[in-house]
Ligand binder design. Structure first.
Ligand code: GTQ
Ligand code: FE2
Length: 335
């Protein structure tokens, strides 16, 4: 395939001739690249984005007239970032989707290596996600986790249409080639009899509200809590409670962030672009873009970031905070 004899390179009469041989060898001269492969600071990649829940839900209700959960294991709407070559990821490392399950419907159980979580927007009593054989209630404002290789299926046993927002780290899996595994459950939907209202995989709205009531204000009008301990290896979940009358600015960081609006209304300026939002909407703050939130009323935002993933690799940086010397060099000096 790329068997070019050493003698051919030795005999090259000019740089052009050498480049022609290199073409067949399957190698590029690094010194002659038009685009550098390394640059001094993050470039703009994924775009700041906003999707409206009212429209997303209407689209799914319309889809439900044509598409059953028999046909589609998941009736979901992938919120893709409109950058060149992408029809899947919402932010570079996170995919977010609206999902709808009609009364009486079940979405079959499966498991996969990507980590997933959901924020419930609308659901009635007896909407459950079945995680590893236990039924977890899905009530509005609840956050539910299905980490790496945990069985999960969704069963709407009540009378109300259920709609939620999914977040998964699938784009990381797509990137690393070796990461993806997926299996269907042999039972279709996994059988479950126990209703578990106190699962480590469920963060009820009332619990994080109480934690927020007790939290300090890092600055006037702002409180946040982490939903944890962390059960997902790649994503950090925080709930922010923001009060009107302030501008909450956040510096550039290397993390990719997706926000979902639990309740309230407001606007977020991302790197100069203004996104106006309401309950259930989804916002993207791409890596290395500053942002500012302003709210019209007390509002709650779920913030999903890839910070744990970056932290483990020593690639999380916050503009304005001192940067540790390269991790490798610290280890080298310590020897
Ligand atoms: O509910 O299991 O939006 O596996 C994308 C992939 C939802 C799910 C999504 C999934 C799911
Ligand atoms: Fe899944």
């Amino acid at each position: 395939m790329s068997a070019i004899a050493p003698a051919e390179f030795a005999a090259a009469a000019s740089l052009d001739a050498l480049y022609q041989s290199l073409e067949r060898f399957g190698a590029d001269p690094g010194w002659a690249k038009r685009e550098p492969s390394l640059w001094p600071a993050p470039r703009k990649g994924y775009k700041p984005m906003h999707w409206s829940y009212a429209s997303g839900r209407a689209a799914l209700e319309s889809a439900a007239r044509f598409i059953s959960t028999e046909l589609a294991e998941r009736r979901n709407l992938i919120l893709f970032n409109p950058v060149e070559g992408n029809r899947y990821a919402t932010a570079r490392t996170i995919i977010s989707a609206y999902q709808l399950v009609m009364p009486g419907e079940r979405a079959r159980s499966h498991r996969h290596t990507p980590n997933a979580l959901r924020l419930v927007m609308d659901a009635g009593e007896q909407m459950y996600t079945i995680v590893e054989g236990r039924k977890l209630p899905m009530l509005p404002g609840d956050v539910l986790l299905t980490p790496n290789w945990h069985w999960h299926g969704h069963s709407n046993e009540g009378g109300e249409t259920a709609v939620w927002i999914d977040f998964l780290d699938v784009p990381i899996m797509h990137y690393i080639d070796g990461g993806m595994f997926f299996e269907h459950h042999s039972e279709g939907i996994e059988s479950a009899s126990v209703i578990d209202t106190d699962s480590p995989m469920r963060f009820p709205r009332a619990h994080y509200d109480a934690a927020l009531d007790a939290a300090q204000e890092p600055r006037p009008g702002e409180r946040h809590v982490v939903l944890g301990p962390a059960h997902l290896d790649t994503m950090r979940l925080q709930v922010h409670r923001l009060q009107p009358g302030h501008a909450f600015d956040y510096p550039r960081t290397t993390a990719s962030v997706v926000y979902a609006v639990i309740d309230g209304t407001g606007e977020t300026e991302v790197d100069g672009e203004r996104l106006t939002w309401a309950r259930g909407d989804v916002l993207v703050v791409p890596a290395w873009r500053p942002h500012v939130h302003r709210v019209n009323e007390a509002s709650h935002l779920l913030r999903v970031s890839d910070e744990p993933f970056l932290e483990r690799l020593h690639w999380l940086r916050v503009e304005g905070e001192p940067v540790l010397e390269a991790h490798a060099r610290i280890q080298y000096q310590a020897r």
